[in-house]
Design a binder for this molecule. Structure first.
Ligand code: FAD
Ligand code: DHB
Length: 404
Protein backbone atom coordinates (compact mmCIF):
# COMPACT_ATOMS: atom_id res chain seq x y z
CA UNK A 1 0.00 0.00 0.00
CA UNK A 2 1.45 3.39 -0.91
CA UNK A 3 1.75 6.00 1.84
CA UNK A 4 -1.08 8.57 1.39
CA UNK A 5 -0.89 12.26 2.23
CA UNK A 6 -3.05 15.29 1.53
CA UNK A 7 -2.17 18.90 0.77
CA UNK A 8 -3.76 21.96 -0.81
CA UNK A 9 -1.28 22.45 -3.70
CA UNK A 10 1.01 19.71 -5.04
CA UNK A 11 4.00 21.42 -6.66
CA UNK A 12 6.06 19.43 -9.18
CA UNK A 13 9.62 20.76 -9.55
CA UNK A 14 11.96 22.58 -7.15
CA UNK A 15 13.36 25.16 -9.55
CA UNK A 16 12.79 28.89 -8.98
CA UNK A 17 9.11 28.62 -10.03
CA UNK A 18 8.14 25.75 -7.70
CA UNK A 19 10.14 26.95 -4.69
CA UNK A 20 8.95 30.56 -4.91
CA UNK A 21 5.32 29.52 -5.45
CA UNK A 22 5.55 27.41 -2.28
CA UNK A 23 6.86 30.41 -0.32
CA UNK A 24 4.19 32.80 -1.65
CA UNK A 25 1.50 30.25 -0.74
CA UNK A 26 3.01 29.69 2.70
CA UNK A 27 2.82 33.43 3.39
CA UNK A 28 -0.91 33.21 2.69
CA UNK A 29 -1.31 30.21 5.01
CA UNK A 30 -1.68 27.74 2.11
CA UNK A 31 -0.10 24.30 2.42
CA UNK A 32 1.91 22.62 -0.34
CA UNK A 33 4.19 19.65 -1.01
CA UNK A 34 7.12 20.10 -3.43
CA UNK A 35 8.26 17.04 -5.41
CA UNK A 36 11.64 17.23 -7.18
CA UNK A 37 13.15 14.43 -9.20
CA UNK A 38 16.80 15.47 -8.74
CA UNK A 39 18.95 15.46 -5.60
CA UNK A 40 19.36 18.61 -3.52
CA UNK A 41 23.07 18.79 -4.44
CA UNK A 42 22.23 18.65 -8.15
CA UNK A 43 19.61 21.38 -7.87
CA UNK A 44 21.98 23.61 -5.88
CA UNK A 45 24.86 23.06 -8.32
CA UNK A 46 22.97 24.07 -11.47
CA UNK A 47 24.51 27.26 -12.86
CA UNK A 48 22.05 29.17 -15.02
CA UNK A 49 20.72 32.71 -15.29
CA UNK A 50 21.71 35.66 -13.14
CA UNK A 51 19.94 38.91 -13.97
CA UNK A 52 16.88 39.77 -11.89
CA UNK A 53 14.46 42.41 -13.17
CA UNK A 54 13.26 45.04 -10.72
CA UNK A 55 9.74 43.47 -10.28
CA UNK A 56 11.47 40.12 -9.56
CA UNK A 57 13.67 41.72 -6.91
CA UNK A 58 10.59 43.32 -5.38
CA UNK A 59 8.69 40.00 -5.17
CA UNK A 60 11.72 38.22 -3.65
CA UNK A 61 11.99 40.98 -1.04
CA UNK A 62 8.29 40.85 -0.21
CA UNK A 63 8.48 37.05 -0.04
CA UNK A 64 11.10 37.50 2.70
CA UNK A 65 13.83 35.59 0.83
CA UNK A 66 16.12 38.47 -0.23
CA UNK A 67 18.30 38.89 2.87
CA UNK A 68 21.47 37.43 1.31
CA UNK A 69 20.74 38.97 -2.10
CA UNK A 70 20.74 42.42 -0.45
CA UNK A 71 24.36 41.82 0.66
CA UNK A 72 25.85 39.71 -2.14
CA UNK A 73 23.90 40.83 -5.22
CA UNK A 74 25.41 43.42 -7.58
CA UNK A 75 23.01 46.24 -8.46
CA UNK A 76 22.86 47.07 -12.16
CA UNK A 77 21.92 50.47 -13.54
CA UNK A 78 22.21 49.53 -17.19
CA UNK A 79 24.15 47.48 -19.72
CA UNK A 80 27.00 47.94 -22.17
CA UNK A 81 26.55 47.34 -25.88
CA UNK A 82 29.76 46.84 -27.83
CA UNK A 83 30.00 46.85 -31.62
CA UNK A 84 32.43 48.15 -34.26
CA UNK A 85 35.18 48.30 -31.61
CA UNK A 86 33.29 50.75 -29.37
CA UNK A 87 31.50 50.30 -26.04
CA UNK A 88 28.23 52.17 -25.40
CA UNK A 89 27.03 52.49 -21.84
CA UNK A 90 23.24 52.45 -21.71
CA UNK A 91 22.03 54.03 -18.47
CA UNK A 92 18.62 52.46 -17.86
CA UNK A 93 18.34 53.62 -14.24
CA UNK A 94 18.71 57.23 -15.38
CA UNK A 95 15.91 56.86 -17.92
CA UNK A 96 13.55 54.47 -16.07
CA UNK A 97 14.28 55.30 -12.42
CA UNK A 98 14.63 51.56 -11.69
CA UNK A 99 17.43 49.07 -11.10
CA UNK A 100 18.11 45.38 -11.70
CA UNK A 101 20.12 42.88 -9.68
CA UNK A 102 22.88 40.51 -10.73
CA UNK A 103 22.51 37.49 -8.42
CA UNK A 104 22.86 33.90 -9.63
CA UNK A 105 19.88 31.61 -10.04
CA UNK A 106 21.73 28.98 -7.97
CA UNK A 107 21.84 31.50 -5.09
CA UNK A 108 18.13 32.32 -5.45
CA UNK A 109 17.36 28.59 -5.32
CA UNK A 110 19.65 28.11 -2.30
CA UNK A 111 17.87 30.93 -0.42
CA UNK A 112 14.44 29.54 -1.32
CA UNK A 113 15.36 26.04 -0.10
CA UNK A 114 16.65 27.46 3.20
CA UNK A 115 13.42 29.39 3.73
CA UNK A 116 11.31 26.39 2.72
CA UNK A 117 13.07 24.28 5.35
CA UNK A 118 12.34 26.96 7.96
CA UNK A 119 8.58 26.66 7.27
CA UNK A 120 8.67 22.94 8.16
CA UNK A 121 6.54 22.16 5.10
CA UNK A 122 7.53 19.20 2.85
CA UNK A 123 10.20 19.40 0.15
CA UNK A 124 10.96 15.98 -1.35
CA UNK A 125 14.11 15.44 -3.44
CA UNK A 126 14.85 12.38 -5.58
CA UNK A 127 11.16 11.69 -6.22
CA UNK A 128 11.04 9.18 -9.09
CA UNK A 129 8.24 8.54 -11.58
CA UNK A 130 6.19 11.56 -10.47
CA UNK A 131 2.75 11.13 -12.08
CA UNK A 132 -0.09 13.67 -11.89
CA UNK A 133 -3.68 12.44 -12.45
CA UNK A 134 -7.29 13.34 -11.66
CA UNK A 135 -6.92 17.07 -12.42
CA UNK A 136 -9.23 17.27 -15.47
CA UNK A 137 -11.91 19.56 -14.07
CA UNK A 138 -11.42 22.88 -12.25
CA UNK A 139 -14.65 22.64 -10.28
CA UNK A 140 -15.07 18.85 -10.41
CA UNK A 141 -15.42 16.49 -7.47
CA UNK A 142 -12.62 14.48 -5.95
CA UNK A 143 -9.04 15.59 -5.50
CA UNK A 144 -6.18 15.64 -7.96
CA UNK A 145 -3.61 12.92 -7.28
CA UNK A 146 0.16 12.76 -7.63
CA UNK A 147 2.03 9.49 -7.17
CA UNK A 148 5.79 8.95 -6.95
CA UNK A 149 8.42 6.56 -5.71
CA UNK A 150 11.52 7.02 -3.59
CA UNK A 151 13.82 4.95 -1.38
CA UNK A 152 10.99 4.57 1.16
CA UNK A 153 8.57 3.11 -1.40
CA UNK A 154 5.47 4.24 -3.30
CA UNK A 155 3.65 7.48 -2.36
CA UNK A 156 0.26 8.98 -3.16
CA UNK A 157 -0.60 12.62 -2.55
CA UNK A 158 -4.09 14.08 -2.93
CA UNK A 159 -4.38 17.81 -3.56
CA UNK A 160 -6.86 20.51 -4.52
CA UNK A 161 -4.54 21.74 -7.28
CA UNK A 162 -1.33 20.76 -9.05
CA UNK A 163 1.30 23.32 -10.06
CA UNK A 164 3.46 22.01 -12.92
CA UNK A 165 6.75 23.85 -12.31
CA UNK A 166 8.95 21.10 -13.73
CA UNK A 167 10.67 22.86 -16.59
CA UNK A 168 10.60 22.23 -20.33
CA UNK A 169 11.21 18.46 -20.07
CA UNK A 170 8.89 17.83 -17.11
CA UNK A 171 5.88 15.50 -16.79
CA UNK A 172 3.14 18.03 -16.04
CA UNK A 173 2.55 19.53 -19.48
CA UNK A 174 2.69 16.14 -21.21
CA UNK A 175 0.15 14.72 -18.72
CA UNK A 176 -2.44 17.09 -20.22
CA UNK A 177 -4.48 15.35 -22.98
CA UNK A 178 -2.95 15.79 -26.44
CA UNK A 179 -4.57 18.45 -28.61
CA UNK A 180 -5.55 20.62 -25.65
CA UNK A 181 -2.43 22.77 -25.63
CA UNK A 182 -0.85 24.39 -28.66
CA UNK A 183 2.77 25.46 -29.08
CA UNK A 184 3.95 28.61 -30.91
CA UNK A 185 7.68 28.35 -31.51
CA UNK A 186 10.93 29.41 -33.22
CA UNK A 187 14.31 27.78 -33.16
CA UNK A 188 17.64 29.48 -33.88
CA UNK A 189 20.68 28.00 -35.61
CA UNK A 190 22.96 28.52 -32.60
CA UNK A 191 23.46 27.81 -28.89
CA UNK A 192 25.13 29.57 -25.95
CA UNK A 193 28.24 28.08 -24.43
CA UNK A 194 28.38 29.47 -20.89
CA UNK A 195 31.24 29.45 -18.39
CA UNK A 196 31.69 30.41 -14.78
CA UNK A 197 35.31 31.55 -14.24
CA UNK A 198 37.54 32.75 -11.43
CA UNK A 199 38.24 36.14 -12.99
CA UNK A 200 37.25 39.67 -12.06
CA UNK A 201 34.62 41.43 -14.20
CA UNK A 202 36.15 43.93 -16.64
CA UNK A 203 33.18 46.28 -16.18
CA UNK A 204 30.71 46.47 -13.27
CA UNK A 205 27.68 45.69 -15.49
CA UNK A 206 26.79 43.21 -18.25
CA UNK A 207 28.50 43.68 -21.63
CA UNK A 208 26.93 42.39 -24.87
CA UNK A 209 29.55 42.31 -27.65
CA UNK A 210 27.99 41.99 -31.12
CA UNK A 211 31.05 40.73 -32.99
CA UNK A 212 31.12 39.76 -36.65
CA UNK A 213 31.89 36.15 -35.62
CA UNK A 214 29.04 36.04 -33.11
CA UNK A 215 27.83 37.39 -29.79
CA UNK A 216 29.75 37.21 -26.54
CA UNK A 217 28.32 38.23 -23.16
CA UNK A 218 30.34 39.25 -20.13
CA UNK A 219 28.49 39.03 -16.82
CA UNK A 220 29.39 38.32 -13.19
CA UNK A 221 28.57 36.52 -9.98
CA UNK A 222 29.76 38.88 -7.25
CA UNK A 223 33.07 40.69 -7.66
CA UNK A 224 35.42 37.69 -8.00
CA UNK A 225 33.62 35.45 -10.51
CA UNK A 226 32.53 36.05 -14.09
CA UNK A 227 29.75 34.38 -16.05
CA UNK A 228 30.44 34.60 -19.78
CA UNK A 229 28.69 33.31 -22.86
CA UNK A 230 29.64 32.63 -26.48
CA UNK A 231 27.34 32.20 -29.43
CA UNK A 232 28.26 28.81 -30.94
CA UNK A 233 26.69 26.63 -33.67
CA UNK A 234 23.64 24.61 -32.58
CA UNK A 235 25.47 21.29 -33.09
CA UNK A 236 28.41 22.25 -30.83
CA UNK A 237 29.89 19.54 -28.59
CA UNK A 238 31.30 20.83 -25.28
CA UNK A 239 34.30 18.47 -25.44
CA UNK A 240 35.46 20.30 -28.59
CA UNK A 241 35.87 23.47 -26.50
CA UNK A 242 38.83 23.15 -24.12
CA UNK A 243 39.41 26.19 -21.87
CA UNK A 244 42.08 27.62 -24.18
CA UNK A 245 39.71 27.70 -27.15
CA UNK A 246 36.97 29.32 -25.07
CA UNK A 247 39.32 32.06 -23.81
CA UNK A 248 40.72 32.74 -27.28
CA UNK A 249 37.23 33.21 -28.69
CA UNK A 250 35.94 35.25 -25.73
CA UNK A 251 39.02 37.50 -25.88
CA UNK A 252 38.59 38.12 -29.62
CA UNK A 253 34.88 38.96 -29.40
CA UNK A 254 35.30 41.05 -26.24
CA UNK A 255 38.09 43.19 -27.75
CA UNK A 256 37.44 46.90 -28.44
CA UNK A 257 39.43 50.12 -28.85
CA UNK A 258 38.19 51.43 -25.49
CA UNK A 259 38.83 48.39 -23.22
CA UNK A 260 41.82 46.41 -22.02
CA UNK A 261 42.23 42.68 -22.76
CA UNK A 262 39.96 40.17 -21.06
CA UNK A 263 41.35 38.55 -17.90
CA UNK A 264 41.56 34.76 -18.18
CA UNK A 265 41.53 32.21 -15.35
CA UNK A 266 40.18 28.93 -14.05
CA UNK A 267 36.91 27.77 -15.61
CA UNK A 268 34.80 26.17 -12.86
CA UNK A 269 31.61 25.36 -14.76
CA UNK A 270 30.51 25.07 -18.41
CA UNK A 271 27.05 24.72 -19.90
CA UNK A 272 25.61 24.50 -23.38
CA UNK A 273 22.06 25.75 -23.96
CA UNK A 274 20.16 25.67 -27.29
CA UNK A 275 18.28 28.84 -28.22
CA UNK A 276 14.56 28.61 -28.82
CA UNK A 277 11.33 30.52 -28.28
CA UNK A 278 8.21 28.57 -27.27
CA UNK A 279 4.85 29.55 -25.81
CA UNK A 280 2.36 26.84 -24.85
CA UNK A 281 -1.25 27.90 -24.44
CA UNK A 282 -3.47 27.63 -22.47
CA UNK A 283 -1.35 27.45 -19.31
CA UNK A 284 -4.05 25.61 -17.38
CA UNK A 285 -6.05 22.43 -17.78
CA UNK A 286 -8.63 21.75 -15.06
CA UNK A 287 -6.75 21.85 -11.78
CA UNK A 288 -3.31 21.65 -13.37
CA UNK A 289 -1.52 25.03 -13.65
CA UNK A 290 1.75 25.30 -15.58
CA UNK A 291 4.39 27.90 -14.68
CA UNK A 292 7.91 28.86 -15.79
CA UNK A 293 9.89 26.83 -18.34
CA UNK A 294 7.16 24.15 -18.26
CA UNK A 295 4.99 26.47 -20.35
CA UNK A 296 7.33 28.88 -22.18
CA UNK A 297 10.96 29.23 -23.21
CA UNK A 298 12.81 32.36 -24.28
CA UNK A 299 16.27 32.52 -25.79
CA UNK A 300 18.63 33.75 -23.03
CA UNK A 301 19.50 37.07 -24.73
CA UNK A 302 18.20 39.66 -22.27
CA UNK A 303 17.84 37.15 -19.39
CA UNK A 304 14.07 36.82 -19.23
CA UNK A 305 13.65 33.07 -18.44
CA UNK A 306 13.99 33.15 -14.67
CA UNK A 307 12.09 36.44 -14.44
CA UNK A 308 9.14 34.99 -16.36
CA UNK A 309 9.01 32.05 -13.96
CA UNK A 310 8.75 34.53 -11.06
CA UNK A 311 6.06 36.54 -12.85
CA UNK A 312 3.97 33.38 -13.49
CA UNK A 313 4.01 32.21 -9.89
CA UNK A 314 3.29 35.71 -8.69
CA UNK A 315 0.04 35.61 -10.70
CA UNK A 316 -0.73 32.01 -9.75
CA UNK A 317 -0.20 32.54 -6.02
CA UNK A 318 -2.51 35.54 -6.22
CA UNK A 319 -5.22 33.40 -7.88
CA UNK A 320 -4.79 30.52 -5.40
CA UNK A 321 -4.81 33.01 -2.52
CA UNK A 322 -8.12 34.34 -3.84
CA UNK A 323 -9.59 30.86 -4.02
CA UNK A 324 -8.66 30.01 -0.43
CA UNK A 325 -9.83 33.43 0.78
CA UNK A 326 -13.29 32.49 -0.48
CA UNK A 327 -13.38 34.44 -3.77
CA UNK A 328 -14.11 31.32 -5.85
CA UNK A 329 -12.17 30.02 -8.84
CA UNK A 330 -12.57 33.16 -10.99
CA UNK A 331 -8.91 34.26 -10.79
CA UNK A 332 -7.75 30.68 -11.35
CA UNK A 333 -9.84 30.39 -14.51
CA UNK A 334 -8.27 33.69 -15.69
CA UNK A 335 -4.67 32.53 -15.11
CA UNK A 336 -3.78 32.16 -18.80
CA UNK A 337 -5.52 35.36 -19.89
CA UNK A 338 -3.84 37.33 -17.10
CA UNK A 339 -0.35 35.97 -17.75
CA UNK A 340 -0.06 35.60 -21.52
CA UNK A 341 0.21 39.25 -22.66
CA UNK A 342 3.31 39.88 -20.51
CA UNK A 343 4.80 36.53 -21.58
CA UNK A 344 4.44 37.59 -25.22
CA UNK A 345 6.08 40.96 -24.43
CA UNK A 346 9.05 39.04 -23.01
CA UNK A 347 9.07 36.72 -26.03
CA UNK A 348 9.12 39.75 -28.35
CA UNK A 349 11.91 41.42 -26.38
CA UNK A 350 14.03 38.24 -26.27
CA UNK A 351 13.54 37.65 -29.98
CA UNK A 352 14.46 41.29 -30.79
CA UNK A 353 17.58 41.15 -28.59
CA UNK A 354 18.52 37.82 -30.18
CA UNK A 355 18.13 39.10 -33.74
CA UNK A 356 19.92 42.37 -32.94
CA UNK A 357 22.99 40.81 -31.33
CA UNK A 358 23.76 37.43 -32.95
CA UNK A 359 25.50 36.61 -36.17
CA UNK A 360 22.90 35.03 -38.48
CA UNK A 361 23.50 33.23 -41.79
CA UNK A 362 21.87 36.20 -43.68
CA UNK A 363 23.28 38.40 -46.48
CA UNK A 364 24.71 41.94 -46.67
CA UNK A 365 21.25 43.47 -46.49
CA UNK A 366 20.48 41.62 -43.23
CA UNK A 367 23.79 42.79 -41.78
CA UNK A 368 23.08 46.37 -42.80
CA UNK A 369 19.74 46.26 -41.01
CA UNK A 370 21.33 44.70 -37.95
CA UNK A 371 23.95 47.42 -37.75
CA UNK A 372 21.33 50.13 -38.28
CA UNK A 373 19.33 48.70 -35.38
CA UNK A 374 22.40 48.76 -33.09
CA UNK A 375 23.12 52.37 -34.06
CA UNK A 376 19.47 53.28 -33.47
CA UNK A 377 19.40 51.75 -29.99
CA UNK A 378 22.37 53.79 -28.73
CA UNK A 379 21.39 56.99 -30.56
CA UNK A 380 19.11 58.79 -28.11
CA UNK A 381 17.79 58.77 -24.52
CA UNK A 382 14.33 57.91 -25.88
CA UNK A 383 15.63 54.71 -27.50
CA UNK A 384 17.65 53.81 -24.41
CA UNK A 385 14.63 54.40 -22.16
CA UNK A 386 12.45 52.17 -24.39
CA UNK A 387 14.98 49.32 -24.21
CA UNK A 388 15.54 49.88 -20.49
CA UNK A 389 11.85 49.66 -19.66
CA UNK A 390 11.73 46.16 -21.13
CA UNK A 391 15.18 45.04 -19.95
CA UNK A 392 14.50 46.03 -16.34
CA UNK A 393 11.08 44.38 -16.54
CA UNK A 394 7.49 45.40 -17.22
CA UNK A 395 5.26 45.38 -14.12
CA UNK A 396 3.88 41.95 -13.20
CA UNK A 397 0.23 41.41 -14.21
CA UNK A 398 -0.84 40.76 -10.59
CA UNK A 399 0.85 41.40 -7.31
CA UNK A 400 1.47 38.08 -5.51
CA UNK A 401 -0.50 38.90 -2.38
CA UNK A 402 -4.28 38.68 -2.60
CA UNK A 403 -5.72 42.18 -2.42
CA UNK A 404 -8.68 42.27 -4.78
P1 FAD B 1 13.63 24.88 -13.88
O1 FAD B 1 14.65 25.75 -13.28
O2 FAD B 1 14.00 24.06 -15.06
O3 FAD B 1 13.10 23.92 -12.73
C1 FAD B 1 12.30 22.79 -13.00
C2 FAD B 1 12.56 21.75 -11.91
O4 FAD B 1 11.70 20.64 -12.13
C3 FAD B 1 13.98 21.23 -11.97
O5 FAD B 1 14.57 21.25 -10.68
C4 FAD B 1 13.82 19.81 -12.49
O6 FAD B 1 14.82 18.93 -12.00
C5 FAD B 1 12.44 19.45 -11.96
N1 FAD B 1 11.77 18.39 -12.72
C6 FAD B 1 11.82 18.16 -14.06
N2 FAD B 1 11.09 17.07 -14.37
C7 FAD B 1 10.57 16.59 -13.20
C8 FAD B 1 9.76 15.49 -12.88
N3 FAD B 1 9.34 14.63 -13.82
N4 FAD B 1 9.42 15.30 -11.59
C9 FAD B 1 9.84 16.17 -10.61
N5 FAD B 1 10.63 17.23 -10.87
C10 FAD B 1 11.00 17.45 -12.16
N6 FAD B 1 17.78 32.06 -18.53
C11 FAD B 1 18.29 33.26 -18.62
O7 FAD B 1 17.54 34.22 -18.52
N7 FAD B 1 19.65 33.44 -18.80
C12 FAD B 1 20.50 32.39 -18.88
O8 FAD B 1 21.69 32.58 -19.01
C13 FAD B 1 19.99 31.11 -18.81
N8 FAD B 1 20.79 30.04 -18.91
C14 FAD B 1 20.24 28.81 -18.89
C15 FAD B 1 21.05 27.70 -19.06
C16 FAD B 1 20.49 26.41 -19.10
C17 FAD B 1 21.39 25.20 -19.30
C18 FAD B 1 19.09 26.25 -18.95
C19 FAD B 1 18.47 24.87 -19.02
C20 FAD B 1 18.29 27.37 -18.77
C21 FAD B 1 18.84 28.65 -18.73
N9 FAD B 1 18.06 29.79 -18.56
C22 FAD B 1 18.59 31.00 -18.63
C23 FAD B 1 16.65 29.72 -18.31
C24 FAD B 1 16.32 29.84 -16.82
O9 FAD B 1 17.31 29.23 -16.07
C25 FAD B 1 14.96 29.20 -16.65
O10 FAD B 1 14.03 30.03 -17.31
C26 FAD B 1 14.53 28.98 -15.20
O11 FAD B 1 15.32 27.98 -14.61
C27 FAD B 1 13.05 28.59 -15.14
O12 FAD B 1 12.72 28.15 -13.85
P2 FAD B 1 11.68 26.99 -13.65
O13 FAD B 1 11.56 26.82 -12.16
O14 FAD B 1 10.48 27.24 -14.45
O15 FAD B 1 12.34 25.69 -14.30
C1 DHB C 1 23.24 36.74 -17.79
C2 DHB C 1 22.42 35.93 -18.53
C3 DHB C 1 21.83 36.42 -19.67
O1 DHB C 1 21.02 35.63 -20.40
C4 DHB C 1 22.05 37.72 -20.08
O2 DHB C 1 21.43 38.18 -21.19
C5 DHB C 1 22.86 38.55 -19.32
C6 DHB C 1 23.45 38.05 -18.17
C7 DHB C 1 23.87 36.18 -16.58
O3 DHB C 1 23.85 34.95 -16.44
O4 DHB C 1 24.40 36.93 -15.76
Amino acid sequence: MPAVATTQVAIIGAGPAGLLLAQLLHLQGIDSVILEQRSEAYVLGRVRAGLLESPTVEVLREAGVADRMAVEGVEHHGIHLRFDGRTHQLDFAGTTGRQAMNYGQAEVVKDLIRHRRATGRPLVFEAEAVTPTGFESLDGHGPAVVTWRDEHGEHRLTADFIAGCDGFHGVSRVAIPPGTITAAQRSYPFAWLGILARTRPTLPEVVYSAHQDGLSVHSMRGHELTRQYLQVPADTVLDDWPDERIWTELTRRHAADDVGPLATGEVIDRTLAPLRSVVFSPMQYGRMFLAGDAVHIVPPTGAKGLNLAVSDVSVLSHALGGYYAGAGSHHLAEYTRTSLPRIWQAELFSWQMTTMLHRFPGDEFDRGLQRARLEQVVASPTQIAALGELYFGLPFPRHWSFRD
